[in-house]
Design a protein around this ligand. Sequence first.
Ligand code: GAR
Length: 189
Amino acid sequence: MSGLIKIKTAIFISGTGSNLKNLIKFSKIKKSPISVDLIISNTNKAKGLNFADQFKIKKKIFNFKNIKIEEKKILKFLKEKKIKFICLAGFMKILSKNFIKKFDGKIINIHPSLLPKYKGVNTHIRAINNKDKFAGCTVHYVTQKLDSGKIILQKKIKIATRDNPSSLAKKVLKQEHKLYPAAIMKIFN
Ligand code: GAR
C-alpha cells in the first residue's frame, strides 16, 4: 500500500466479535491497508457490538427479517459511509446474490474449516465426528455460492485426540486471528 489513505471497511458480525476486535486492532497499525469505519450486525444481542463503543466506531443493526428491504437499506448506508470493502466475521446470515454482485470481489469471509470441507455450520462437530486428523480456517472471497469463493489463505491445525468441539473451536479461533489480517495484507499488497 502506498500513501496513507486506508480502504474504508465495514465488518459484519452476529456474535462474540473476537475477529472483529482483532481486525480493529490490526486496522490501527500503520501498514494496515484497511480502516474499520462501520460495524453491522443482524442482531442487537451480538456481544461484539460492545467493541463499536469501545473503539468509537459507528454501528448499525439490520434485523434481516425481510432480506430484500434490509439489504437495500444496508447498501444505501454503505454508500453514504463510502465503504469500499466488507469483511464478514462470524456473520451468520446469507447475503443475497444481488448484494454480492453490488460488492463484487469486495467481500471476504473467514470460515472455521479447511474449505472446501465443511461448508455451512457446525464445522468442528463434523470434523471430530469424522475423526479428522486436521482442522483449520479459511479466508475466502464471498460469491453467490455459500463458502465456495476463491481461497485467499488457509491455516491447517492438528486435532488432538482429547479435543472436543469447544477446545477445537478455541484453537481454530486463535489461528483465525492471525489468518484474517494476513489475508487482508495479501489482497492489498
Ligand atoms: C469464527 O470461528 C468464525 O470463523 C465463524 O464464527 C466464529 C465467530 O467468532 N464463522 C462462521 O461460522 C461463518 N459461517 P467471533 O465472533 O469471535 O469472531
